[in-house]
Design a protein. Structure first.
Length: 286
């Protein structure tokens, strides 16, 4: 028992909470989290969801119970899409980012802030990081991202970036100090894809919410009053507009919809009056 306690003390770098206190512990920022991995099996009792992990990392190896709450981010390590608890396969190797609090029970128990599943064998696992700095080079072909854990990533201008659980548009310039994200990268730490997590505070959300028409990267988007992207046909100030169902980008030019052709003018509004189109020598209509 003394050997187990010593190993567990090394594993727990911070406070050790009782099981009751664990349920109310606040999720920590990535800089204060530890990552562990190993094969897991799912357990559920009432509203309690637990991953029983055979931990293969850190100074303590062996069985540990990882509580999963509604605040835990469950993410597919290949697609970056959210998954449900039931999507995690028994005996698959999962990666869990846990807070500093671990119980002294047998087996020890902790809480996960983020769990990655469907991790391909032999592949580099996405890194869960907090951004310290993000800066472009002179010609803006790539940027350098540093994390609060002193890791450095090269981010090409064409690197894809997407938001977590929202259709709001995000760009690489949203990777500001304090941003939390998952980064997919190669062995040289060159990023290929980034998943950006929204700020948790209501104040920040109120500052960043987009409504109405927004021009982003040269394209027009339309947001509802609640800040969600609108798609399909939209009636605005008595005029019809068509927002692409997949990208939400406002469409212009000819559109075939439900077997009929429509013409969307330069401002996106649908043409409802006669207009003459004249072809040039190349056949293009003007």
């Amino acid at each position: 028992m003394k050997k187990f306690t010593k190993a567990l003390s090394c594993f727990c770098a911070a406070a050790i909470l009782t099981a009751g206190a664990m349920a109310t512990a606040q999720a920590a920022a990535p800089g204060s989290l530890s990552v562990m991995w190993g094969p897991v099996t799912k357990e559920s009792t009432g509203d309690s969801l637990v991953l029983n992990m055979d931990n293969q990392s850190g100074s303590y190896k062996g069985e540990i119970l990882i509580s999963v709450s509604e605040d835990t981010k469950l993410i597919d390590a290949v697609s970056g899409l959210p998954v449900s608890f039931s999507d995690i396969a028994d005996d698959e190797t999962a990666y869990a980012y846990i807070g500093p609090a671990v119980t002294m029970s047998l087996p020890p128990r902790t809480h996960a802030d983020l769990v990655l599943c469907n991790v391909p064998a032999g592949s580099k696992v996405p890194a869960y990081v907090e951004v310290m700095t993000f800066s472009w080079n002179a010609d803006q072909t790539q940027a350098t991202l540093t994390t609060t854990e002193d890791e450095t990533y090269t981010v090409p201008a064409g690197c894809s970036v997407s938001p977590y659980r929202t259709r709001n548009i995000v760009t690489l310039d949203d990777l500001t100090a304090g941003s939390v994200c998952l980064i997919w990268s190669d062995d040289a730490n060159t990023a290929s894809s980034i998943l950006l997590f929204a700020e948790d505070t209501e104040e920040t959300a109120a500052e960043t919410i987009k409504t109405g028409w927004q021009k982003i990267d040269g394209h027009w988007y339309l947001y509802s009053d609640a800040g969600s992207l609108l798609t399909g046909w939209q009636l605005v100030d008595g005029k019809w507009y068509y927002m692409d169902p997949e990208t939400a980008v406002m469409q212009t030019g000819f559109l075939k919809w439900n077997g009929n052709f429509y013409y969307l003018q330069a401002d996106g509004s649908m043409l409802t009056e006669p207009m003459t189109f004249t072809p040039d020598a190349s056949g293009a209509l003007h």
